[in-house]
Design a protein around this ligand. Structure first.
Ligand SMILES: *Cc1c(COP(=O)(O)O)cnc(C)c1O
Length: 381
């Protein structure tokens, strides 16, 4: 079992290289240089500019939403999205422990506290059943909202995360949350181009948030977007992320504490050029996923694929090894042989600042934590 030479040779052959194969490298094959030069030639490099508007329009189209707000990064987007649905200090927010740390940090930036609930084995995202079980035990449904019987605090939001671009079971999750009056914010940072029952991820909850960091499927250098079909919330989002300034030709008046979370036009230019290539990126990745599936099936290794009724963007692809020992052998062997692989994140309650947070038994999260490894997933030229 511990001979992964064929895996390494296969991965290298798919990237036509004997040199170092990164996990995910950005690909600039379109109008990137042209649009970036345009920002410099016109002097519009900063917080206003046509590319920001174009980017927001493109995001509305791609995600089939009413409003998109360009922001400085995905983390800031989640932070503001939580505020938009009414999260306040000491409120609680349900999320998964199997996520990137930014999801949880964004909750803390609102002085709220996370509740870590388990994920599903098939999607690796927040489990509707785990949320239902938790709320049946601890939920106290009142006129205005759901409260936690154990702490007395309001459970003000739920943030599922579409792990590596695999959509969570949204219908079931949204049904449970609606029953308990809990708004849903999709952390869609990793899932641009993924679909759940024909609808783009990010467009299905009350709000969705994308990231355009350098390692994501489409990059703006750094950046994010909040999307929503609730026009009122979307407009409020734009307002809050641009210092909450009342429109006026020359006066400055701000009627609440806003943020400077704007995406600079320079970054929006890069994002626009990248978004033009999204379909090409998606096709290219799906093709690689097909090659991987056939290969790893023949080796008896579980290459993770999308759940029924969903279409994943295959942003970061992964295999599930038999156990932790086998995972460690795979990680060591691949990395020593110039094929970059990485284990899935450590569960959030292992981090010192989050070790005392509320959580359930985490059965599936613990299983996946020991077995999931990301493998090279870049665009192939
Ligand atoms: C990348 C990522 C974020 C944060 O995005 P940034 O743009 O890097 O701030 C949030 N959540 C998840 C799950 C991510 O992968």
């Amino acid at each position: 079992m511990s001979n992964y030479k064929e895996s390494i040779d296969f991965i290298k052959s798919k990237f036509y290289s004997k040199d170092f194969i990164p996990l995910h490298a950005p690909h600039f094959g379109g109008n990137e240089k042209k649009y970036l030069l345009e920002t410099i030639d016109t002097t519009f490099v900063s917080s206003v500019g046509a590319f920001v508007d174009t980017f927001e329009d493109k995001m509305c189209k791609i995600t089939n939403t009413q409003k998109a707000v360009a922001v400085v990064n995905g983390t800031a987007g989640i932070q503001v999205a939580l505020k938009l649905v009414g999260v306040q200090a000491n409120d609680e927010v349900i999320t998964q422990a199997l996520t990137f740390v930014a999801t949880v940090n964004a909750i803390i930036y609102n002085s709220a506290n996370p509740i870590f609930l388990d994920v599903d084995l098939d999607t690796m995202g927040l489990s509707p059943k785990a949320v239902e079980d938790f709320l049946n035990e601890y939920g106290d449904l009142r006129e205005d909202a759901c409260y936690n019987k154990k702490t007395g605090q309001k459970i003000a939001a739920c943030v599922p995360m579409h792990t590596f671009g695999f959509p969570v079971h949204l219908d079931e999750l949204i049904e449970v949350c609606a029953k308990w009056k809990i708004p849903v914010i999709e952390d869609a940072a990793e899932s641009l181009g993924s679909y759940y029952k024909g609808k783009p991820t990010g467009s299905i909850g009350n709000l969705g948030v994308f990231s355009f960091n350098g390692n994501k499927i489409v990059t703006s250098g750094g950046g994010g977007a909040i999307v929503t079909n609730n026009l009122e919330l979307g407009i409020k989002g734009k307002y809050l992320t641009t210092t909450a300034k009342k429109p006026h030709p020359y006066e400055f008046f701000h009627d609440e504490i806003g943020y400077n979370f704007r995406m600079p036009n320079l970054n929006a230019a890069l994002a626009c050029a990248q978004l033009e290539q999204l379909d090409k990126f998606l096709e290219n990745k799906r093709e690689l996923a097909g090659f991987y599936k056939t290969f790893f099936d023949s080796k008896g290794i579980n290459f993770r694929t999308e759940a029924p009724n969903t279409k994943a963007n295959y942003w970061l692809m992964c295999v599930e090894l038999e156990n932790k020992t086998e995972r460690d052998i795979f990680l060591k062997y691949t990395n020593e042989n110039n094929v970059m692989t990485r284990p899935i994140w450590q569960l959030m309650f292992r981090l010192p600042m989050y070790e005392n947070c509320q959580k359930d038994a985490q059965k599936n999260a613990l299983f996946l934590e020991e077995r999931i490894v990301n493998i090279p997933s870049s665009f192939r030229i």
